[in-house]
Design a protein around this ligand. Structure first.
Ligand code: COA
Length: 203
């Protein structure tokens, strides 16, 4: 169920993948790109209604790329920015209304409006089998490890290790799904989040 307009923008799509007709792809100058970047969707994937894949100007921005492996399920209403590159592994599950942001805006010059400052990019990787809860926000440069879970409504500013369960804003690990990753690993991760948080508040 891909409409003609969207079909032309997708470089590859595997068998039995479904994109509902209301899925939008926002991209410019894609035809000029000949370096292997693009929109690649594996087999058995489903993008439910009103998802939006955002790549921006692929001619000007050399990082834009969007790749889903097999059996990725993306619930309705998500904003999926591949401007800084977005990759999802097999069997990833994304809850509705999630924002995955691989781009942002520099704001170093307080005398210049943010719109006129450079766009910043950072790849987002969601490894196989991870589950992102509804209405979460994943920020640029973040990797969500294999099999990790992000609770509904979380904001994820830092990489989450495999099989962790993280909730809240900023996302903190509350447990691991696999034995052998005890409280030491959790407290180390949460310390790192606090450290970066303090630094960004002091900026
Ligand atoms: C993250 C989640 C999977 C955790 O499930 P769980 O392991 O059963 O967790 P618990 O219910 O035992 O909660 C553990 C703690 O985390 C807190 N917590 C759980 N989910 C939370 C969330 N989304 N945000 C903030 N805190 C959360 C609980 O309040 C509890 O805190 P406490 O120990 O201080 O009481 C679940 O709560 C969740 O958010 N699921 C996402 C649902 C969703 O988005 N569905 C859409 C379909 S794709």
């Amino acid at each position: 169920m891909i409409d003609e307009f969207d079909r032309n923008l997708i470089d590859a799509i595997g068998k039995e993948s479904i994109l509902y007709p209301s899925v939008e792809i926002l991209v410019e100058n894609k035809v000029a790109v000949r370096d292997g970047r693009g929109i690649f969707i594996g087999s058995g994937c489903c993008l439910y209604p009103r998802n939006r894949i955002v790549l921006g100007d692929m001619g000007a921005n050399k990082t834009a790329h969007f790749m889903l492996a097999d059996r990725v399920m993306i619930n309705s209403g998500c904003y999926l920015s591949g401007e800084g590159s977005l990759t999802m592994g097999d069997d990833v599950l994304i809850g509705p209304n999630t924002c995955i942001l691989s781009a942002g805006h520099a704001f170093t010059d307080p005398d210049k409006v943010i719109q006129k400052q450079p766009i910043t990019y950072g790849p987002v990787v969601i490894e196989k089998g991870a589950w992102i809860g509804a209405s979460s926000v994943v920020l640029q440069g973040v990797t969500i490890g294999e099999g990790a879970i992000i609770g509904a409504g979380a904001v994820v500013p830092r990489t989450i290790p495999p099989f962790a369960v993280a909730v809240g804003n900023p996302a903190r690990i509350i447990k691991f799904r696999k034995p052998g990753q005890g409280p030491e690993a959790i407290s180390m991760f949460n310390k790192i989040v606090r450290f970066f948080l303090k630094k960004s508040i002091l900026k």
